[in-house]
Structure formats: structure tokens, C-alpha cells
Design a protein around this ligand. Sequence first.
Ligand code: GDP
Length: 296
Amino acid sequence: MITGSSGLLGSEILLLSGGKRLFRENGKVEISEEGGTLIHCAARVGGVKANTEFVADFYDENVRLNMDIMEKCRLKRIKLVSILSTCVYPDAPYVSYPLTEEQLHMGPPHSSNFGYAYAKRMLDVQSRAYRQQHGCNFITVIPNNLYGINDNYDLELGHVVPALIRKFHEAKMRRDKEVIVWGSGRPVREFTFARDAAKIILWLVDHYDGPEPVNVGNTHQVSIFELASLISEIFEFEGKITFDASRPEGQYQKPSSNSKLRNLGWHDEYTPLRQGLTETILHFQKVYPLVRGVTI
Ligand code: GDP
């Protein structure tokens, strides 16, 4: 079973697993099965701007949704896999890099997304508590910045990869001479192709049963400047890239360690960024403007 199966990660998990889609009605998810596994991808998510502007909504909606799912999985003896994100880790100077799982609660998250971060951290707290008191097989996984086919291309609410893909695509169509990228270009991120994360999460369903979260992202680091240059190159965009320091800059970095995942036995390579971006861009060009955040 999968919640959030129309989203970036959930849709890849659905494709790979052929699982059953669960939907929310009036804020609640109806679960008829007993036993089995539920991969809980549904969440209120967004990029750096949306997280700051709607900080209370991000906290509220996620906590309510997660409470509902956890209690139902407890009652129906379902294995629950919950998804966090590296942006919910404490920010500098409270952590040492790369981020390891035991540092999750060692300080406050970055101010730009504290509502989302605390709501997601509660997935870890509640999963551990239910495991300890009720013997629930609840696990949590922590991807980093995901990108891929079924992303949200809304320019104000979405993440950096879909926003830049759309900006370069539309700039080429309009024959614009420049593309505006938010911030200084200096922040560094790790980008994971959503299909890779989906494969790892499905593998963990069969290979992991423990209280600590597991980082699952590609640990290759790229600056926003390098990302924008790479996307520009794939599009063969000939104009210039301008950085707008008046737009949100976000956290400087959040590099993660995936050694726990490696020690559990996952040894596959991640899709290289250029390859994942090229596939995503080719798909985007084919379906544009019928993409989430543009006309649907
Ligand atoms: P974050 O990883 O949670 O901060 O989320 P984002 O994917 O929204 O932003 C990552 C980085 O990309 C930040 O440093 C932004 O300043 C930068 N960025 C550059 N251009 C854009 C853009 O058009 N949209 C977004 N969302 N971020 C951008």
C-alpha cells in the first residue's frame, strides 16, 4: 500500500511495486487491509519559499496526517515505512557533517522550514515509541533532494530542479537571453533520482526492521551554480545565468552519510546526476505543458 502515489517518490514506488494506492478523504486515509506494508509518501511538501510562507500549514497538515496513518497501522498490524528528508536534520552549528542518523534531534532545524522539519521529526519519535510500547514494525527513511519524472513544476512552490528545468525550457521557447536563479548559487545540495530512492525503500521493506532512521540519498554534492550550469548545458541554452540574491537562499549545506545503508547491504550505484536530469528533461519536453504545477 502506498500513500502519496501521485507524487514524485510515491509514483515511482507505485510503478516499481504495483502496490495499492491509498487516498485521503476529509483528511483521513481509509485502510481496509490487515497486515502487509504501507509506504507513507503523502505529505505537504514544497521548496524553500513555500516552507517559509506556509510554515504553520506544513506543521499542521503533516502532523495530523501522520497521526492518522500511524494509529491505523498499529491497529491493523501493518509494517509502516515513513519518509523524512535531510532538511529536517539540525542545521549548523549543532551537527557535524556528513549528517548521520543519530544526529536527527541534536539541535533545531534551519529556520526556513522548522514547521515541516518538526512535523517530520515526529514520525521518528512516534515510530520509535510505537515500536517500543506496541511492538510495531515501523521504520523511517531519510532521502535528500529528490528529483525525477513526476515532480511539481510550480515556480514559486516547487524545488530547485523542477523550477530550473521549467525556467530553461520556457526561456528557450521564448528565446530569452537570461535565466534567473534564486540566491547566490553557492549553497550545496545532494540530488537523488526519485527512482533510485524508490528502489532502496522497497529493498528496505524486506531488509530492515529497526528503530533508527536510514539515510538513503546519493551523497554526491553539487552547488546550485553547478546544477544550473548542467541543466543549461543539457538544454543547450545559449543565454546567461543570473543569480538573484533577493530570492530565498535556504540552508548552505546538508551533506548526508549513507554508510548505514551500505552496511545493511545496499551496494547499487546511484544514477549519475547528468543521466537522471537528461531523462527527466526529455520527459518534461515531451509532456509540457501537461505537467504538475504548469497546467495540471
Ligand atoms: P531546499 O533544499 O529545501 O533548500 O529546497 P529547494 O530545492 O527549494 O532549494 C535549494 C536551493 O536552490 C536553495 O539554495 C535555493 O536558493 C536554490 N534555488 C535556485 N533557484 C531556485 C528556484 O528557482 N527555485 C527553488 N525552489 N530554489 C532555487
